[in-house]
Design a protein around this ligand. Structure first.
Ligand SMILES: [Zn+2]
Ligand SMILES: [Zn+2]
Length: 343
């Protein structure tokens, strides 16, 4: 079967590899249909992903059809069922796993990063990682996983109807947080430095948008949040300025959720931690419950999938697409790779 490999940053090839063996009793074999490329795949391609090892088949945003099911696999995942899957594998032993917080496993391995991913015709997966969503077209099914990451920040922030939520950064992760918070009935203020992204954030459910390049951003934010600041601030940019801003602007007794990765140390006015009695939370990967919530959100039709997918290419063109994307990261939102010849 055909497979797309990255051998090193910027170096890719198509290979012909053996079909996987039959699935084990608790596994299925999946015929891959569509795979979304993610910012982490771009980082792998550009040599900015310290977690990846080579050679590697990338791809973890999966829409597939069950081709063969092991003897213990429930009837709901019988051959022919369209599914997406959780791409995370946990160790079962670390402190996070012992608390049932598998998404935060210390020894987490993600498909396409620490183990081979889905840019190949068939993959074997444990049935417990599968999620089905029969009402969703393939392209929408492949959007589930990328949206779960932002949705997990919404879960971590315990966002509920009536909350005012600031989402800083409207890339895929931020958009997932915008859509997830709006879906729960929160009032969402989206902030970014890119007008097109803010426009998209509106279509994902943000009631208000803030251009971070504009004047008096802090005052406008204060006005938009009733003078007290947002109840929850979600940081999805990863700069020291936005990490600090989240703590500075959030309301007293508010929640701050960090999903961005700051690449340098951040210095804080720590008195706000105490004075405001903040909950400061990290957010990593996503849980099965996030998958269920995102599937419900996509089934509601409230996420503009067609506005987010910039390009669909066949498997043979995945390398060229990554090259184009890395040469001009702002030019693309979501690239999808069509793996099955006809789907
Ligand atoms: Zn991803
Ligand atoms: Zn673990």
């Amino acid at each position: 079967m055909r497979a797309f490999y990255l051998d090193a940053p910027g170096q890719y090839r198509m290979a012909d590899i053996a079909l996987p063996e039959h699935p084990g009793a608790d596994e299925v074999s999946l015929k891959v249909q569509l795979v979304g490329l993610c910012g982490s795949d771009l980082n792998t391609f550009s040599g900015r992903n310290p977690l990846v090892s080579f050679p590697r088949i990338p791809g973890h945003e999966i829409a597939a059809v069950v081709a063969e099911a092991g003897s213990n696999v429930p009837e709901e995942f019988k051959p022919g069922t369209a599914v997406t899957m959780l791409p995370y594998f946990n160790c079962g032993k670390c402190s996070a796993c012992r608390q049932g917080r598998l998404n935060a496993c210390r020894n987490n391995e993600t498909l396409g990063v620490q183990r081979d991913g889905a840019l190949t015709e068939f993959v074997i997966a444990p049935w417990t990682k599968l999620k089905k969503a029969p009402a969703l077209p393939m392209e929408t099914l492949a959007m589930v996983e990328p949206l779960t990451v932002g949705n997990h920040a919404v879960t971590r922030g315990r966002i509920a109807a009536g909350d005012t939520v600031l989402v800083m950064g409207c890339g895929m992760v931020g958009l997932g947080a915008v859509a997830g918070a709006a879906f729960r009935g929160a009032r969402v203020i989206a902030m970014d430095m890119d007008e097109a992204k803010l426009d998209l954030a509106r279509r994902c459910g943000a009631q208000q948008v803030l251009d971070a390049r504009g004047e008096s951003v802090l005052e406008r934010l204060k006005d938009l949040s009733g003078g007290e600041g947002p109840d929850v601030a979600i940081e999805a940019v990863g700069t020291p300025a936005t990490f600090r801003m989240a703590v500075d602007v959030v309301a007293f007794a508010g929640r701050v959720v960090y999903i961005g990765y700051a690449k340098e140390p951040v210095s804080y006015e720590t008195k706000f931690f105490v004075q405001k009695e903040l909950d400061i939370l990290g957010s990593r990967n996503a849980t099965p419950a996030d998958f269920d919530e995102v599937i419900a959100l996509l089934e509601s039709g409230r996420f503009p999938v067609e506005d987010v997918v910039s390009l669909v290419v066949p498997l043979e063109q995945a390398g060229k697409a990554l090259q184009r994307w890395s040469a001009n990261p702002a030019s693309m939102r979501k690239i999808m790779v069509k793996v099955a010849a006809s789907s």
